[in-house]
Write a protein that binds this ligand. Structure first.
Ligand code: NDP
Length: 341
């Protein structure tokens, strides 16, 4: 059984050979007890929060730490190849937390959800851990519940070409908002403008963020969907209109920095009555999830929204693809393909 093993806690950017190990002969037991299943894994998702799971004991554990010496795990898609759980028979295609390995022996009680119609769907299978999975739900719930968008308002989203950002911007457009995005390359900016039809976009690497924001949204912004933190958040607060809303989705700009400088202008929240709300996607309701699945499937199938994925082929390439994603080398949702269905 091939697997990617977690080797060492990280400070700063992880390094593929130092923090991970790709092994090819790890044992997997085919001997199943009641309730257990064996999956043949097809896709694993690469998400920024995995970096937080690499924090050592000297840092606060924000999400469960990866156990050293064990394979990484995350949202993934697999095919059930052996089963002692009647709810997920052999042949089911499932989504759930699986390990970065070829085959996963899934314990009894572990939640796996069958992807109905997986073999016939017009959408790529990988979309179930992208636009129709955790990042999609993050964009949908974060925008609708916490952004409280209203037609005619202006929204700014950072990391706008990524897994979450590209959906936030497109969803806001469908609701009648004016949308501004920032991203880390001219190619990504062109994608935001030409393919996703954002109203304005800029490359934060070759311009001053606040100056660009003022040019892109001369009237100011009502909502900032924060994926990055730091200087992006500072600029957004500075240029926010009274009663604006900041949705703190994530702050990837700080994840690989030991002592991030922080945000220096929070005081503007007082005179402008700005609200700042963080959230965790796992805490949205099941009702919202059902509505999200329905809406986003329809929008993807009708072409109302599009979704770009950045798929790396081969489990052995997962560590470098993950580190690449943290550094902005991904263009779209970062995913690793392990095998064909
Ligand atoms: P992306 O697909 O957007 O990939 C990460 C991107 O972050 C990179 O491509 C890069 O894009 C950008 N980035 C990396 N470093 C920096 C930096 N120093 N400054 C500015 N941009 C940087 O990831 P996701 O869409 O999966 O995640 C986006 C955010 O959403 C993250 O902060 C993540 O933690 C958060 N999140 C939060 C959830 C929640 O429940 N609250 C759930 C899921 C995600 P570029 O080239 O544009 O720099």
């Amino acid at each position: 059984n091939k697997a990617v093993i977690f080797k060492k806690y990280a400070v700063g950017y992880p390094v593929a050979d130092e923090h991970f190990e790709y092994v090819t002969e790890r044992e997997v037991s085919y001997d199943l007890r009641d309730g257990e299943v064996l999956t043949r894994n097809l896709f694993v998702s690469l998400d920024p929060y995995l970096r937080a799971r690499m924090r050592g004991p000297e840092e606060t554990a924000l999400f469960g730490r990866f156990p050293i010496g064990e394979p990484l795990d995350n949202h993934a898609i697999g095919e059930v190849v052996a089963s002692k759980n009647p709810a997920v028979p052999v042949g089911s295609v499932v989504v759930g937390y699986l390990r970065f390995e070829e085959y996963t022996h899934v314990p009894a009680g572990h939640r796996l959800t069958i992807i109905e119609g997986a073999r016939e769907s017009k959408l790529p299978l990988s979309v179930n851990i992208g636009a129709l999975g955790m990042p999609g739900f993050t964009a949908y719930g974060g925008l609708l519940i916490h952004g409280k968008p209203k037609a005619g308002e202006t929204l700014y989203v950072s990391a706008a070409s990524g897994a979450v950002g590209q959906l936030v911007g497109q969803m806001a457009k469908t609701l009648g908002l004016r949308v501004v995005g920032s991203a880390g390359s001219d190619e990504k900016v062109a994608y935001l403008l030409n393919e996703l039809k954002f109203d304005a976009a800029f490359n934060y690497k070759n311009s001053d963020i606040l100056t660009s924001l003022k040019t892109a949204a001369p009237e100011g912004i009502n909502i900032y969907f924060d994926n990055v933190g730091g200087h992006h958040l500072e600029a957004a607060l500075e240029w926010m209109l009274p009663r604006g809303r900041v949705v703190i989705c994530g702050q990837i700009g700080d994840y690989n920095t030991a002592n991030p400088p922080g945000v220096r202008n929070l005081f503007v929240c007082v005179p402008k009555e700005i609200s700042i709300q963080g959230f965790k996607v796992n805490n949205f309701s099941d009702e919202l999830k059902a509505q999200f699945k329905k809406d986003v499937s329809e929008w993807l199938l009708s072409g109302k929204i599009i979704y770009r994925e950045d798929i790396t082929v081969g489990l052995e390439n997962a560590p470098s693809a993950f580190i690449g994603m943290l550094k902005g080398k991904n263009f779209g949702k970062a995913t690793v393909k392990i095998a064909d269905l």
